[in-house]
Design a protein around this ligand. Structure first.
Ligand code: AMP
Ligand code: GLY
Length: 429
């Protein structure tokens, strides 16, 4: 069966997904909305806005779309999968991405914490406060020790988590979040969490809501500065596999976290077709869940997907038709390492529109995935904070990293910045 597929998104994550799906013998036409110039190598970029439901319906009908793969969380939390399922013209289309109710695993911190509590899944202890409980929230903070972890309940583009070292700052931020809607509606509820200490990593599965396929694990580098200093970003690089995630750690993750999560979804009849991203922390008291995401990670996808050694499209069909089998996805023995090249100033203010040089060169075993780019008069220019990344692959992770860096050395734009220490903490460089 040949398929026409629409992929939603425009980042490095979607670039890696497009690169992979385009190789499928089942792929007829791949459309990407909105995509980026780098993705033209894998399919047709189209200016269809997922928020414009009439335009989306028209496009899917006109192009005989068989499957929609939803990359980012916003459309999922906003109920795009539900729209497809309930629209008479679109309900035959396979959608990869959970319905809104299940997407709350990412869309509401309180929902995900309560879900974990119900199913005995290890995570930080927490209390949730609503805006009419500001005084109670502050009194509670005064009874616990630093560091204080405050999380806006809703989606806040990765900015809604604050970790504060002293009570005065925590009280002030609680005031700003609950009292003055610092993150808008997202902080009308605030979750206060126990602070966990350890090293973070992520595990991904594809699920149909009852069975799941385990994918390669990854570690990303969230801070802007080397040695994990400075502000949080979307992610500055990633590696897979993760050396400290040995078989016994994987087994613990599988039995204590993944299996109870999938069983919990099935038990609560939450309709989940798509990826689950388990953000985990390896603590002295075992592995715990920091967060769930209802999608793949970025830049984790840029190392996870290149290591997947089977065709995604038949697996997507199985997931959407709820006939997935629980087994690990076939994965390469090679390591993959990706390094992001970002605009100077990111994650704060940065300039756009800088011409990018060196995209036409190549190194064997390295892929460049564009993210914040656009094409103007045949020239590719910067158009976002995270501009592009290079993923190197090799049996030896050190070689994979060397290759990624060598490829980025060939690429330049005004103000380009990258971290030169990806993998160093893991002894890979
Ligand atoms: P989240 O959006 O919930 O993943 O949080 C963003 C980041 O904040 C995580 O990747 C961690 O580095 C940190 N973080 C979140 N929750 C905790 C916690 N309970 N203890 C320590 N660090 C945390
Ligand atoms: N790299 C972290 C995320 O995608 O949420």
């Amino acid at each position: 069966m040949m398929m026409n597929v629409l992929l939603l998104g425009s980042g490095g994550r979607e670039s890696a997904l497009a690169w992979k799906m385009a190789q499928s013998p089942m792929m007829d036409q791949l459309f990407i909305a909105p995509g980026n110039p780098g993705m033209k190598a894998y399919g047709t970029c189209v200016a269809v806005d997922w928020k414009n439901r009439d335009a989306l319906t028209h496009f899917c009908t006109a192009e005989n779309i068989d499957m929609v793969v939803i990359g980012p969380e916003d459309p999922l939390v906003a109920g795009l999968a539900d729209f497809f399922a309930t629209s008479p013209e679109l309900s035959h289309i396979h959608v990869i991405g959970p319905k809104a109710e299940a997407a709350q695993l990412e869309g509401s911190k309180d929902f995900s914490k309560e879900f974990m509590r119900r199913h005995g899944i290890p995570t930080a202890g927490h209390r949730t406060f609503t805006s009419d409980q500001l005084e109670e929230a502050k009194q509670y903070l005064a009874t616990i020790d630093a560091p204080y972890v405050l999380k806006a309940d809703g989606l806040a583009a990765g900015k809604g988590v604050l970790i504060l070292d002293n009570l005065a700052d925590a009280l002030r931020e609680m005031d700003a979040m609950l009292g003055q809607a610092k993150f808008g509606a997202a902080s009308s509820r605030v979750v206060v969490e126990e602070f966990l200490e350890g090293i973070e990593f992520s595990v991904f599965v594809l699920t149909d809501g009852k069975d799941f396929m385990l994918m390669p694990e990854a570690k990303d580098y969230k801070r802007i500065g080397e040695a994990d200093q400075g502000l949080n970003t979307g992610g500055m690089g990633a590696v897979s596999p993760v050396p400290f995630v040995q078989d016994h750690v994987k087994k613990e993750v599988l039995t204590q976290i993944i299996q109870p999560t999938i069983q919990g979804l099935a038990h609560e009849k939450l309709d989940y077709v798509g990826f689950i991203f388990f953000g985990l922390i390896h603590t002295a008291k075992g592995v715990k869940v920091i967060e769930y995401n209802c999608r793949l990670g970025d830049p984790e996808t840029e190392v996870v997907i290149p290591r997947v050694e089977e065709d995604l499209l038949p697996l997507f069909v199985d997931a959407a038709s709820k006939s997935l089998l629980t087994r690990p996805m076939a994965q390469s023995q090679h390591s993959a390492c990706t390094v992001m090249q970002v605009s100077g100033g990111y994650p704060e203010a940065y300039e756009k529109g800088k011409p990018i040089h060196g995209l036409d060169e190549a190194i064997d075993g390295v892929m460049v995935f564009q993210a914040g780019t656009k094409e103007v008069k045949g020239e590719i220019i910067t158009d976002g904070g995270r501009v592009l990344c290079a993923t190197g692959m090799a049996l030896d992770p050190a070689e994979a990293l060397e290759k990624a860096y060598a490829r980025l050395d060939q690429i330049s734009f005004d103000g380009a910045y990258r971290r030169n220490d990806i993998g160093v903490d893991l002894g890979l460089r």
